[in-house]
Ligand binder design. Structure first.
Ligand SMILES: Nc1ncnc2c1ncn2[C@@H]1O[C@H](COP(=O)(O)OP(=O)(O)OP(=O)(O)O)[C@@H](O)[C@H]1O
Ligand SMILES: [Mg+2]
Length: 231
């Protein structure tokens, strides 16, 4: 067993060597459609263990390779993101046989819930969302599920999680799809504070030089969606 104090300092190849982590499970954090999250203690730290759930309806070989791809993909992108200064949980240990990531438990709440609270500084939160999205895309990291459910608010910092559907890409289309999803999810989760999305867009374009082109692409993707829905 090789443990990782700070995964970003290690290369992906090194991390591939890691095997089982000794973890004391404390409680189930959440069981989702594709992943199970447990709160646990690991080396005297509060951690979250994310484990991919086996899906009975998929062929076992396909399921194994998909789960294995997703967990490695998630770990790889978290490490890439951290390297370029995007706040993500610290990875402590990886178990690629059990499809598990042991990571820092980020205190605080989901940004989705925080933005429902009128006492939270919505402008500040949205500016940080835009800056994080801009930094991701400036470094050709596409998140794949960029919603306020996949952001945690810890004091003043926003921590990005759930990179399992992400990829490295410099394509305008991929970045546009990311921003389109963020906008749709934002308007549906925060319809009473929809006007705040303008702040996200401003901060995004202010952080990422190619941001305005991506936002133009988003308009094109929206039009395409409307056209397809009509048919
Ligand atoms: N490092 C963490 N610290 C604290 N809470 C976390 C952490 N990671 C995940 N969570 C909590 O667990 C929830 C689900 O996590 P996550 O978004 O990674 O999984 P998922 O959406 O079920 O998985 P996937 O989309 O990969 O199938 C988050 O919304 C958050 O509330
Ligand atoms: Mg999620």
């Amino acid at each position: 067993m090789i443990s990782i104090a700070n995964a970003c300092a290690m290369s992906y190849q090194t991390i591939l060597l890691c095997r089982r982590a000794f973890v004391n499970l404390v409680s189930v954090h959440r069981i989702g459609a594709e992943a199970r999250l447990d709160s646990a203690r690991w080396m005297d730290r509060d951690v979250v263990v994310k484990q991919r759930v086996v899906k009975g309806y998929r062929h076992p070989t396909l399921d194994r390779s998909l789960q294995s791809f997703r967990i490695k993909n998630e770990a790889k992108l978290m490490i890439e993101a951290r390297k370029v200064g995007i706040p993500v949980p610290i990875i402590y240990s990886l178990d690629f046989e059990g499809n598990k990531i042991v990571m820092e438990e980020v205190p605080g709440m989901r940004v989705k819930d925080a933005l429902q609270d009128p006492s939270v500084d919505g402008d500040g939160v949205c500016r940080r969302i835009g800056e994080i999205a801009g930094k991701l895309h400036a470094n050709d990291i596409v998140h794949g599920d960029l919603t306020t459910s996949n952001m945690l608010l810890d004091g003043d910092r926003i921590v990005l999680i759930d990179f399992s559907l992400g990829q490295k890409s410099s394509e305008l289309e991929d970045k546009g799809v990311d921003m389109h999803l963020l906008e749709e999810a934002f308007h549906s989760a925060h319809h009473s504070r929809s006007e705040l999305y303008a702040i996200v867009k401003d901060a995004y374009a202010g952080t990422y030089a190619g941001g305005l082109d991506v936002l133009k692409k988003v308009k094109e993707i929206e039009k395409r969606g409307r056209y397809t829905r009509k048919e």
